[in-house]
Design a protein around this ligand. Sequence first.
Ligand SMILES: NC(=O)c1ccc[n+]([C@@H]2O[C@H](COP(=O)([O-])OP(=O)(O)OC[C@H]3O[C@@H](n4cnc5c(N)ncnc54)[C@H](OP(=O)(O)O)[C@@H]3O)[C@@H](O)[C@H]2O)c1
Length: 329
Amino acid sequence: MKAIVQDAYGSADVLRLADIPTPEVGDTEVLIRVHAAGLDPSVLHIMTGLPHLVRLAFGLRRPKARVRGFDVAGRIEAVGAQVTQFRPGDEVFGFCKGAFAEYATARADRLALKPANLTFEQAAAVPVSALTALQGLRDKGSIEVGQRVLIIGAAGGVGTFAVQIAKALGAHVTGVCSTTKTDLVRSLGADEVIDYTRDDFVVQPQRYDIILDTAGRRPLSQVRRALVPRGTLVIVGGEGGNQWFAGVDRLLQAAVLSRFGSQRLRGMLATDNQDDLLTMKDLIEAGKVTPVIDRTYPLSETAEAIRAALAGHARGKVVITVIDQQTAG
Ligand SMILES: NC(=O)c1ccc[n+]([C@@H]2O[C@H](COP(=O)([O-])OP(=O)(O)OC[C@H]3O[C@@H](n4cnc5c(N)ncnc54)[C@H](OP(=O)(O)O)[C@@H]3O)[C@@H](O)[C@H]2O)c1
């Protein structure tokens, strides 16, 4: 099968299109004919091996697995001996091993049937980013109807889902983004939008029950000033940190600051699970959440897609089209 492989850590130049064997399916896994693959910053971290901490998990000298990509949407080609939930031909989305390829394997319990109203490209945009937004707001933020929620990085992969999910859960939502993206964030349902190139959410008078921080790496001592006294800051991420430990410094800072005062400052690491994929499928099929696609690229141009994503100015999600839906049989 054709796949984008990488044999060393580095820039997008380490990626190349190659013919490699189709992966073998384990007993609890399925083989997916990949139609589309989503791109998110974790792919960039594993490609570059930065921050260095990622090498402990993914390979010290070079990545142990040659094919990148977690987010997948496609059709099931074959199922493992113990899989009863899916059949060949089912259209699914979720988390796999190596989505930038014609075929990928995935644990059956990391997939769900594709939302009926989405294309494969739209479905591939969902898993990592939407589940991060959902878990950040619901599990870490304990979001409640009527609360005021601030999304920092509202136009990015996680942010575009977070705005819509927070609205669907009944919150009053303010999105923080740059000038050219304010219309997008408003169109997603944000009640208010702050253009961070002109206004600073820290100094304006409004205070928030929950802040979901996905971008900018503002010192936490500043960000927390925009919280109500018993508010919650959920630290999702933000690029450009230390090359060794990335966001660990902010998480340590959060742990220290949380000891003083009544505000909660929480880090998070999203988990891939079927229940949350099903929650997103319901929200999407109910018309409450629609993935925002920045751009699609063919598989052969994955390196180009990654270079664009590395610039860090996404409008929603970048997606790799592996099979053109128009021509798929
Ligand atoms: N903890 C977890 O489990 C988890 C899971 C997924 C992702 N993450 C992390 O979360 C972060 C966001 O991921 P993503 O997929 O949303 O990234 P993304 O798609 O690249 O989006 C980043 C967004 O941040 C905006 N931005 C940059 N500086 C900003 C600022 N000062 N204020 C407000 N917005 C700003 C960018 O827009 P402009 O160009 O307009 O500024 C862009 O829209 C990444 O660091 C990622 O690694 C963590």
